[in-house]
Design a protein around this ligand. Structure first.
Ligand SMILES: Nc1ncnc2c1ncn2[C@@H]1O[C@H](COP(=O)(O)OP(=O)(O)OP(=O)(O)O)[C@@H](O)[C@H]1O
Length: 263
């Protein structure tokens, strides 16, 4: 099989907040058309990684290449164009409460793609249908929907502009296991329907198993293991093993460990 092009390449990414050195030379590559999931404990910097790529957090050092171009070194306009390829499903869906569902979905179509309102509504309804929500939902407000439905709306909003890249931040947080599975299946299908490149962060191993082609584990500011999703149960890496099996004992120090608190 021909080698795939690298869609996103992060090299030597570093970010500290005061004395908290969160990312310490992180490297990760995402090939076009693949779904990579970054796993790691709470507070390890998964969100800081995603926010750095999106331009919400300014890294201290490193490179972020999208289609081979460094967004950190690019002009504002060029960086916007490169990042404009990214559709994002935020944790908690992050919908605009004051806008009806269809306008939430159509937001990027109208604001970014400058599609007229009536056409944007048609596209929004089609996209809602693609995530299993019918037209009646289009005129409701986010507060009138269940958490699972809100996630679907968030997913519809992320894919409405048919982006080449999709980011998913903890896509199953707050959902019951069945709804989480529905969302994972939807993510898998929208990513393959769009032929998109996906980068997700989660600590939900069920989600990892459903949506990842490849898995990367973030620990102490770096990616310490990266490999095919099918290998995560036999990675041979004690850190990955502890995380995947959710064991309290292992090389990953918990902040509550007595030896860490002393002194
Ligand atoms: N804007 C900020 N200012 C100061 N510290 C920050 C900021 N953003 C993140 N941090 C710190 O960076 C570290 C990593 O946070 P981050 O949200 O990336 O973790 P995470 O791996 O996504 O965790 P979780 O799985 O709990 O969401 C934390 O110690 C956090 O307090």
């Amino acid at each position: 099989m021909a080698a795939r092009e690298t869609k996103i390449s992060v090299k030597g990414l570093a970010k500290a907040f005061g004395r908290n050195h969160v990312l310490r030379g992180l490297d990760i590559e995402v090939e076009a058309g693949t779904s990579v999931v970054v796993i790691g404990g709470s507070g390890t910097g998964k969100s800081v990684l995603i926010k750095s790529i999106l331009g919400i957090v300014e890294p201290d050092a490193g490179q972020i290449l999208i289609d081979g171009q460094d967004v950190l070194a690019a002009s504002r306009r060029q960086a916007q164009a490169l990042r404009g390829q990214i559709g994002m499903l935020f944790q908690g869906a992050a919908l605009f409460d004051s806008l009806p569902v269809w306008e939430n979905v159509a937001f990027g179509l109208m604001a970014k793609a400058k599609i007229p309102r009536d056409q944007a509504r048609v596209r929004a309804v089609e996209t809602l249908e693609a995530v299993g929500l019918g037209e009646p939902v289009a005129d409701l407000f986010p507060a009138e929907l269940s958490g699972g439905m809100q996630k679907r709306v968030g997913l519809a909003r992320a894919i409405a502009t048919r982006p080449a890249i999709l980011f998913f931040d903890e896509p199953t947080t707050g959902l019951d296991p069945i709804m989480a599975d529905v969302i994972n299946d939807l993510i898998r299908s929208v990513v393959s329907d769009l032929g998109a490149t996906a980068l997700s962060i989660t600590h939900d191993m069920a989600s990892v198993r459903k949506i990842a082609d490849r898995v990367a584990m973030l620990y102490e500011g770096r990616i310490i293991w990266e490999g095919p999703a099918k290998d995560i149960d036999a990675s041979g890496n004690p850190f990955v093993d502890q995380f995947v099996h959710g064991r309290a004992d292992g090389p990953i120090a918990t902040i509550q460990a007595p030896q860490r608190r002393a002194g």
